[in-house]
Design a protein around this ligand. Structure first.
Ligand SMILES: *Cc1c(COP(=O)(O)O)cnc(C)c1O
Length: 395
């Protein structure tokens, strides 16, 4: 046996510490069999842990779009978009995006993570100021850190705090306010109207992350900004194709000068290989389906509302959830893990979310409802959740 280096010893100690406070993570293999079911550890589970909100990841129309594109174009794109990787399908998808969003310009990007990191770090510089909701997605924080701009975090959904910070900022600095619209761990929604008012008052730009709202909100699934008819007040709308769209990739829509600048300065666009043509083909088809199938969004909201109301009636703390993401706050890490484990034994896949993803003592089990769930499946799950809740003295 080779001797452990100091480095290795330290890292192992760190991992052991995580284990001790029930924060150690492991990757568990889960296979989707047919939304909303998955197989994990050989067991069939009702999936209450997927962001595949409209059940599109297994949709035959998207599968066929991918098959056809692979047959015609192969599996890889070969280069970055600025080299030779800009397949004609990019033009088709981006034209469609512009139409769908009624926007001036659009870009398809490789993932939501690279989109946030790349957009913010390209647009913001040292000396600029970014105002960011405390519960924004990690990729937003990483983008701000990489940009070297000054980070001003405001309390979650607290526009009074945001205004206090804006008021203190020097008038001549460039200011960007960034917020998720639907928050991924709490399922609550930003006060976009309030933020827009402040953005105008303090001459800031506004960027929204619609990862969990794209496909879910708005008459054609264009996102929460459209749902509240504020899309024209938002300078940069970012969203993903990896959740409700059932495929992969991300987008940004904005004024042409912003998109032109990103093409020239966004490293996460310039220095990465373009998406495979098959993925672009599925995105193109998914936008079409998402735009048309409004009834799925209605079913999704009805399901979510029923599920949430039942949990609240039984005494669970569902935070301020208003969306298809419904958490129940447990508090302690170990109890949260036990809760998720007991649910798995009962046939339900749900995620235990612990710090640092959420604040200390706010560990929770996070449920995600989809349009492919049937009401009777949700009622069956609710019964189990209530049973486990009593068993573990959460309610
Ligand atoms: C999932 C998510 C992302 C990252 O998107 P990917 O396509 O999975 O990389 C970014 N922002 C938010 C709010 C998300 O929930």
């Amino acid at each position: 046996m080779t001797k452990q280096t100091q480095w290795e010893t330290e890292v192992i100690a760190e991992l052991e510490l995580l284990e001790k406070v029930s924060q150690k993570r492991a990757i568990v293999t889960t296979k989707e069999i047919n939304s909303p079911f998955v197989i994990r550890d050989g067991q069939k589970l009702l999936n209450l842990a997927s962001n595949n909100y409209l059940g599109l990841s297994n949709d035959i129309r998207l599968k066929n779009a991918a098959f056809m594109a692979i047959d015609k174009y192969g599996v890889g794109s070969g280069a970055s978009r600025l080299m030779t990787g800009n397949h004609p399908l990019y033009d088709k998808v981006e034209s469609r995006l512009i139409q769908w969003k009624r926007a001036e310009a659009a870009l398809v990007l490789n993932s939501g993570y690279t989109a946030n990191v790349g957009i913010i770090s390209a647009l913001m510089k040292r000396d600029d100021i970014v105002f960011s909701d405390k519960l924004n997605h990690a990729s937003i924080i990483d983008g701000i850190v990489l940009s070297r701009a000054k980070l001003q975090r405001y309390r979650h959904r607290d526009i009074y705090h945001l205004e206090a910070l804006l008021m203190k900022a020097p008038k001549d600095k460039r200011k960007l306010i960034v917020t998720d619209t639907v928050f991924s761990m709490d399922g609550d929604i930003a006060d976009l109207e309030g933020i827009v008012r402040l953005k105008e008052k303090y001459n800031a730009m506004l960027m929204v992350d619609e990862a969990h709202a794209s496909g879910v909100y708005g008459k054609g699934g264009q996102g929460y900004s459209y749902h509240v008819n504020l899309q024209d007040k938002v300078d940069i709308q970012m969203g993903t194709f990896s959740k409700a769209f059932g495929t992969y990739g991300a987008y940004v829509v904005a004024k042409k000068w912003i998109i032109d600048y990103l093409i020239n300065c966004m490293r996460g666009l310039i220095y990465t290989t373009a998406l495979p043509p098959s993925v672009l083909a599925t995105i193109e088809r998914a936008i079409e389906i998402v735009e048309e199938e409004n009834e799925k969004r209605i079913i999704l909201q009805q399901h979510a509302q029923h599920f949430r109301n039942m949990l609240i009636n039984y005494g669970f703390d569902t935070c301020k959830s208003e969306s298809q993401i419904v958490p129940i706050i447990i508090g302690e890490n170990s109890k949260t893990l036990s809760f998720a484990k007991r649910l798995q034994e009962e046939g339900i896949a749900a995620i235990a979310v612990r710090p640092p993803t959420v604040p200390d003592n706010k560990a929770r089990v996070r449920f995600a409802i989809t349009a492919t769930h049937q009401k009777k499946q949700l009622d069956w799950a609710l019964e189990k959740i209530i049973q486990v809740g009593k068993e573990l003295e959460v309610i």
